[in-house]
Design a protein around this ligand. Sequence first.
Ligand code: ADE
Ligand code: ZN
Length: 345
Amino acid sequence: MADASPDPRSAFIAALPKAELHLHIEGSLEPEMMFELARRNGVALPYASVEEVRAAYQFSNLQEFLDLYYLGMGALIEERDFYDLTIAYLERVHADNVRHVEIFFDPQGHTTRGVAFDTVITGITRALDEGEARLGITSKLIMCFLRHLSEEDAFATLEEAQPWLHRITGVGLDSSEVGHPPEKFARVFAKCRELGLKLVAHAGEEGPPEYVWQALDTLGIDRIDHGNRALEDEKLVKRIAQDGYTLTVCPLSNLKLCVIDEIGESPVKAMLDAGIKATVNSDDPSYFGGYINDNYHAVARALDLSLQDIATLASNSFAGSFLDPAEIETRQAEIAQALEAQGAR
Ligand code: ADE
Ligand code: ZN
């Protein structure tokens, strides 16, 4: 999104080192690439043009988005498609001064279509390696289980992932939330914990606070994805703040999926004020109309965030990452320096 008037926060946001902790790589598939891959792979799309795809991106809830998201994935077939998708995302966020990414991928969105797990992960990791070598962006990979599918399917996916566990930092839980509570995956997550994987889960995007409690207490997650509806429960807010959980909030996603009615309703500032480690992320940037800096800009303006607030969000993005403490400290020191240079400490 273009900034119409000059805002001193824009240059600050652009220059800050940031980590992106909530990004579905399949949700970064831009319509242009969708068409190119579909052509290359002989896949028929139900759209006549890129403009028609973009015009279809009007959603009134999560499920309406997910239906198009899974449809768009159909263009991804070969290893190089997953490579092209991932390297394009890294190049795009390099321009936003993103230094670290923790990327979700949805293997079941591909294996259920007959695309091999190895094809998916080989393409993604080839791009991640290149991203670190050429662009200096470090990365972690988080494998998500689709919660509308069964526990048995999730276990089968974990089995397929076994040869790749050295490349997978953690597991997550995504897709249709309501009706698929975290407890459905209690045994899968227990197994993943045994394997030494980090655990995250989408919770409280559309689902009630009870789902956030379950994600914390039943799954034992390390980080909460979204978590908007946690704010409806005072006890839960206290628990999240006291135990220092990071929430990966996605403002433009929330707006596009009608989790909020306007960007000014984003819970980012309320979370910071409650002592919660909120972060700002893009979720599915191609579908929601903005990459990470667009999300920062949107909340900075709508919530009238100070430079200190913006620096706190960026600092939280490293603190809440799965990077080593020394790397986190390095990035946080850079952010503190950038803030100091503004005379805003
Ligand atoms: N998969 C991709 N984006 C998602 C979101 N915002 N919520 C749940 N599942 C998703
Ligand atoms: Zn998400």
